[in-house]
Ligand binder design. Sequence first.
Ligand code: FES
Length: 578
Amino acid sequence: MSAKKRPGGLRSVQWFGRQDIYGFIYRSWVKNRGIPQDQFDGRPVIGICNTYSELTPCNSHFRTIAEHVKNGVLDAGGFPLEFPVMSLGETLLRPTAMLYRNLASMDVEESIRGNPLDGVVLLAGCDKTTPATLMGAASVDLPTILVSGGPMLSGKYHGKDIGSGTNTWSMSEDLRAGKLTLHEFHEAESCMHRSHGHCMTMGTASTMASMSEALGVAMPGNAAFPAVDARRNVIARMAGRRIVDLVREKVPLSKILTRQAFENAIRALAAIGGSTNAVIHLIAIARRIGVDLKLADFDRLGRGVHTLVNLMPSGKYLMEDFCYAGGLPAVLRELGENRLLHKGALTVNGNTIWENNREAPCYNRDVIFPFAKPFKKNTGIAVLRGNLCPGGAIIKPSAATPKLMRHKGRAVVFENIEDFHTRIDDPNLDIDEKCVMVLKNCGPKGYPGMAEVGNMPLAPKILKRGITDMVRISDARMSGTAYGTVILHIVPEAAAGGALALVENGDVIELDVAKRKLHLHVSEKELKRRRARWKAPKAQLGRGYWHLYHEHVLQADAGADLDFLVGRSGALVPRDNH
Ligand code: FES
């Protein structure tokens, strides 16, 4: 048989169905762990793409989840083969896990394409592992299901709930303001993350797990079941069964990840008060699969959508509470009942999104509010434009201070993150609460990797006066667990020569979120004069992946993907390996 794709046949047959030297090579080494000959009878071969790593604490239980997926694949008559890919631990990786999202996506893409797989189950949890695996899988376009690892149990400290990230920021500010002792701070570390799973606030991991469910690429209920809840393992097992059917039914990922699916996800993002990081990730995933999603789509589709979910960082509860209240299905039902869902979008369990969610119950209206009486009104991601961000910038209104949404103030400029750290605690820093904090050179090229430093901590002298929020502007991202009146993802970034690079101390900056405006009150003539003096900062490393990234990374409005990774290459590999 030719190594080329057989019409109507399974892809794996090109490897395992051969009765020649190649068939011997492809089968024999796989048999070394006790695989009988009958496993090579043409049944669907399912890859289990595992982002397990002890360096990614949020994914450290994934060996168990993989076993449940395997059992499901075997239940349905498939042949499971688990493989590792690069894992990205948000809390340990320097300079930021986001720098490596595209690298991990390349690993996923090539591992799937180069191997004898007919379908794939992606195991993802920590922030970047979800977009990285989906981006890679999208570029191959086999039948695909994503299983999230699930959130941790709620943090418990001194009788109160504490949430990943959100209370990390607030407690570290309390420490700096002298309201918390170092002993209490250390104690809180042990109390916050006390089970397997990813961050249990509505941070980026929970947001991306919710996005996967709203996109239809994950099983219903995927987002909210805690990592240690037995039902998480049931989801894994059902995904294992279902992926075998998806292969038999010939449903590639592109049948799931349609424009309608992305539009559903954008509205769900607004309804859950989800992470700003989802904007970049959804655009990147969409552009891999061939959907031309734009920044403007988030503003257009998010308008009129209310935040329904009362979870940190926008509200007070945690993912465990969200699960017990009904989880994302209850939110999707609210959207559907208010004409904010493409009801016919297909999902991986074979039903439409509406068939899955139209009868979803809600058990706690203080956690999931009804659309008619929302938790917060009109809070979709707002996309700002102006001379400071001609390519766009974003703000998450649900996590911002309402009175700062229209604000004019004097810029206090930090040239880079080191400059910020050096000066922010200086009692002589010329800053008050009306100022606008500006941080440069933290975008994709500048940091590199667009770190989550946009929610700059406030100066101690301001914190001590009880002020908790100021307008902050940067080309960086912010953690999905963070909050504040924070303008992010300025395009073009400072290191690419954007106007952000030209802002000086004392310039006046005007923000008007209702008008979607961000304006630097400096004349064109003066900006031209400053531009003539500007020099691009030198790339930090001139070799290896950092070099490749610096040369090819796109700006935030294009998903910060590498330019040569956009789009699909499909699954065909026309040559044998010997
Ligand atoms: Fe992994 Fe937050 S650190 S999800």
